[in-house]
Every structure is written in structure tokens, then in C-alpha cells.
Design a protein around this ligand. Structure first.
Ligand SMILES: C[S@@+](CC[C@H](N)C(=O)[O-])C[C@H]1O[C@@H](n2cnc3c(N)ncnc32)[C@H](O)[C@@H]1O
Length: 261
């Protein structure tokens, strides 16, 4: 990311920071890309190949990869700042962005052949009620026989570094002489879900003087493959054999729930 029009002493804007942290914490993950590419290629066998919808697309890690392979992609997210970065990166490629909520979106078309929800997006929707709303919306936008694929994490490695327990190594990027460091501090059970707390620090220059920072806390809903499949049936979808994305050194593996319209 290039930070433009900036004096040395200025911190990035809130929008730039949102993109920097998102890229740092999600952008390096690539273990799932072969599966999304495979599903995109398989849907091309349809005649004609329908477009792809990615829900919770963020800065476009997946959407841009598929668009670069020549697929027509619509990228939907709640966060306009991330979508603006995605659009800037998409220059010349067939990617439309839509700023909308996964639980209420209405795109006025019903021809998507494939809808993807990578990286636990369905675990960010406010529990079962929100997931079922999303499943209904996805179902409404898929053409008959179209596929919805949702990646979920069902097993977590809990730790609390504030109690001296080891956590994963921090993720770091240097941009224009400033280091951005994101460290998972704690993963623990919460009411019906899992809490993931990160410490984010901005460090400047050779002396690495702190220039800013924040705590970021997200709560993932717990859901099993079987439960998501039951919810999908209630939303008018038909479960197919689930897929699997294996663990990497840095990321836990995911189950991928496959649902046909
Ligand atoms: C873990 S990130 C995944 C980003 C991207 N799909 C990837 O795999 O790199 C989850 C994304 O879901 C978006 N999101 C969370 N709740 C949402 C909602 N209710 N509607 C639409 N997007 C949502 C967040 O803004 C974030 O970009």
C-alpha cells in the first residue's frame, strides 16, 4: 500500500489504517485460494457461466484473485473503506463492489452461479438469526443449481498471553519507514462464541518509538457444519458434501459448507 500526500510526522487516516490492519491480519492467507479457484472454474462449465458473488470481501484478497483469472466478480462488504481499496486495486478487472449488509442485501439480480463467504464471515453475523437472514439473501441471488460455499472455523486454540501463555508470532509490515505490528493477545471462550483480541501498534523509525496503537476485539459465533446445514435447509438450500481447508503454520483449518440453490 502506498500512502500518498503525507508528511513524515503524520499518521495514516482512519480509512488507511483500516486497510493496513485488514491487509496485515487477513491479506497473507492463501491456503483457501485453490478451493475458491476450483469452484470458480467448475461453475464455468455451466452455460453460460454465471457471475460470482463474494460476501464479506474486505480488501479483495479472494475477489481480486478470481477476477485476475478472468471471472466476473461482485464483491460485497459492510465496510466502505475496505471496498474503496479493493476498487483501486481492481483497476481494469471485472469487479463490481457493493457496500451492504450480508443479512439484508438486495442486488436486483438472481443469476449468480457461485456465492463465496471465505474466512469465517458467516461467524460474524450475529448468531443464528443473522446467519439465516444471510442464507436467505444468498439463496435469493443464486440461479437454480448455483452454489454457496461458506468457510467456518470450528476448532480454536485458546491462549491468553496476558497470563504468560505463548501465542502466535506477531504480524508486521513496514510502510514508508513505519512498522505496523499486530499481535494476537488472547483467544478465549465468550458467551456463545469465541473472543479474539489483538494488540495493534504503530512504531516509527530506527528507534521504533510507539506512535499509536489500539486493541481490536472480534467475536466469532460458534457454529458446526451440521448446524449451518440445518439452517441452510430452513433457508431453502440443499447441503452437498462439505470441503476442508487444512491448517497452515499460521492459520487454523476451516470446514467449507457447500449449499446448492
Ligand atoms: C475475515 S474478513 C474476510 C475478508 C475477505 N473475504 C478475505 O477472505 O480476505 C470478514 C469480512 O466480513 C465483513 N463483514 C462483517 N460483517 C458483515 C456484514 N454483516 N455484512 C457484510 N460484510 C460483513 C468485514 O467487513 C470483513 O471485511
Amino acid at each position: 500500500m502506498v500512502l500518498t500526500g503525507r508528511r513524515d510526522t503524520e499518521l495514516p487516516s482512519a480509512a488507511e489504517l483500516a486497510v493496513i490492519w485488514h491487509d496485515l491480519e487477513c491479506g497473507g492467507y492463501d491456503a483457501d485460494l485453490p478451493l475458491w479457484r476450483q469452484l470458480a472454474a467448475a461453475r464455468d462449465e455451466g452455460s453460460p457461466a454465471g457471475p460470482i458473488l463474494e460476501v464479506g470481501a474486505g480488501c479483495g484478497r479472494v475477489a481480486l484473485d478470481l477476477a485476475a483469472a478472468g471471472h466476473e466478480v461482485t464483491a460485497l462488504d459492510l465496510d466502505r473503506r475496505l471496498l474503496d481499496a479493493l476498487s483501486a486495486r481492481a483497476a481494469g478487472m471485472a469487479v463490481e463492489t457493493v457496500c451492504a449488509d450480508a443479512r439484508t442485501f438486495e442486488l436486483g439480480r438472481r443469476d449468480f452461479a457461485l456465492c463465496l463467504a471465505p474466512m469465517q464471515t458467516v461467524q460474524l453475523l450475529g448468531g443464528e438469526a443473522g446467519r439465516v437472514e444471510f442464507l436467505r439473501r444468498a439463496r435469493a441471488h443464486l440461479r437454480p443449481g448455483g452454489l454457496l460455499a461458506c468457510a467456518i472455523v470450528t476448532e480454536f486454540e485458546f491462549f491468553d498471553s496476558t497470563l504468560g501463555e505463548d501465542g502466535p508470532t506477531a504480524e508486521t509490515v513496514r510502510l514508508e519507514g513505519t512498522d505496523y505490528v499486530s499481535r494476537a493477545i488472547r483467544i478465549c471462550a465468550s458467551d456463545g462464541g469465541v473472543l479474539i483480541e489483538r494488540g495493534r501498534q504503530i512504531l516509527s523509525g530506527e528507534r521504533e518509538a510507539p506512535r499509536g496503537g489500539e486493541r481490536d476485539v472480534i467475536e466469532l459465533d460458534l457454529v458446526s457444519v451440521e448446524q449451518l446445514e440445518r439452517e441452510a435447509i430452513a433457508a431453502g438450500l440443499h447441503p452437498a458434501a462439505a470441503g476442508r481447508i487444512e491448517d497452515t503454520d499460521e492459520y487454523v483449518g476451516s470446514d467449507v459448507v457447500m449449499l446448492r440453490a
